[in-house]
Write a protein that binds this ligand. Structure first.
Ligand code: ATP
Ligand code: MG
Length: 365
């Protein structure tokens, strides 16, 4: 099992530089480097850290489900080709699929447009004990909708609330919604995968050049890229106004995929460590009932079978381990004895050989 005490501190230190301090003013280009990667972590190390992180996530997820109090919402936002899908795949590779729900949000349906803008996100929240991954999220309502005014025009809003001040109002509404949900037992983990314009160009080209990647590229991706600067501004504003104490944003450098995946796993792990879900304690009555059931089951052992095969296996294993340990002890003792004997023999030889020399030197003196 992982060592939460040690790991928690390391993880906290590792992800701290990516946290957007609530209340701070963010300028993406100035404040965050998409190409950052820890110089200390090689590709192999990144893989190993990710593997350990994934193990830890699995353990915490099991406890989260058993406790059944908190739901986690992992929000992933990014420009196209930043690696949302790969991040989801890697980060969740070790967890029980029954406890994870991935929700992808695309352009809203007509049914969704017939409701308030948060409706569809509220409906897809994970249940308590689960991790819900929002592959794009309610933040599209202040990103793509802001960058393309015609989308807002299609949202059937009353004239009074369509005009000035709408974005600041949406930021407040989103903060309030997340705050309300955090009081209800939802923990928002918000990650922005920060890709550089040049790395996006490179990844688009590789999607076009490599036939097996063609399906990943759509003409719409290229169209959205033309709005790069508008998106950067919109993202900066989102980070400035919606990083809160109860739901802070993390800006993860995304140009280097292995690093992005480790960092994303770290952010999620830290949130789970913060929740610190525990297996429920079983009551005295329930424990007594377990003992009664145990005695009953032990009484049902067929002839020739141990009353409790689990205990029998455990005892056999312990006996085997003890035998192995004592064999190792004997081997070590023997080796120590042999070494002592060798040392003694060498000392005898030296003393024997040294006598003439010693008398010689006396003669010379
Ligand atoms: P991938 O390309 O890897 O499949 P994706 O998340 O980019 O993943 P797409 O189907 O390419 O999926 O894109 C979904 C599109 O839907 C994005 O351009 C996104 O901005 C848009 N979208 C999401 N939410 C809204 C919204 N509320 N209103 C309008 N458009 C939205
Ligand atoms: Mg896309």
């Amino acid at each position: 099992m992982p060592q939460p005490q040690i790991t928690a501190k390391r993880i906290a230190e590792f992800i701290a530089p990516f946290r957007v301090k609530p209340g701070s003013r963010v300028n993406l280009a100035r404040d965050f480097d998409p190409a950052f990667q820890s110089r200390r972590a090689s590709k192999e190390q990144a893989k190993e850290i990710l593997a350990r992180g994934v193990e830890m996530l699995a353990e915490y997820q099991a406890r989260l489900a058993a406790q059944d109090t908190w739901g986690v919402v992992l929000v992933l936002q990014a420009m196209d080709a930043a690696g949302k899908d790969g991040t989801i795949r890697h980060v969740m590779s070790g967890v029980n699929p029954q406890g994870v729900e991935v929700r992808s949000f695309k352009a809203p349906s007509s049914e969704e447009l017939d409701h308030d803008y948060l409706w569809r996100y509220q409906r897809r929240l994970p249940e308590r004990g689960h991790i819900g991954i929002f592959n794009r999220s309610h933040y599209e309502e202040v990103l793509v909708v802001r960058v393309h005014p015609q989308i807002l025009a299609g949202q059937k809003l009353p004239a009074r609330t369509r005009g000035r001040g709408i974005w600041l109002r949406r930021f407040r509404e989103i903060n309030d919604w997340e705050h309300y949900l955090s009081d209800q037992g939802y923990r928002f983990v918000k990650i922005f995968l920060n890709l550089s314009r040049e790395e996006q160009r490179r990844r688009f080209l590789s999607r076009i050049d490599e036939p097996e990647k063609n399906w990943k590229f759509s003409a719409n991706d290229a169209r959205e890229r033309a709005y790069w600067d508008d998106y950067q501004k919109a993202f900066s504003d989102v980070l400035t106004h919606t990083s809160t104490e109860w739901a802070p944003w993390y800006v993860i450098p995304a140009d280097y995929k292995p690093f992005a995946r480790v960092a994303a796993a770290g952010v999620l792990a830290e949130a789970l460590i913060g929740i610190d879900p525990r297996y429920p304690r079983v009551s005295k009555e329930a424990r007594d009932a377990l003992q009664t059931a145990k005695a009953d089951l032990e009484g049902q052992a067929p002839k020739g079978q141990p009353a409790n095969p689990i205990e029998a296996e455990r005892e056999a294993k312990q006996a085997k381990a003890a035998r192995k340990a004592s064999k190792a002890d004997r081997k070590r003792d023997k080796a120590t004895r042999r070494a002592a004997e060798r040392r003694a023999a060498t000392a005898d030889e030296i003393t024997a050989g040294a006598e003439p020399a010693a008398s010689g030197s006396t003669a010379a003196g």
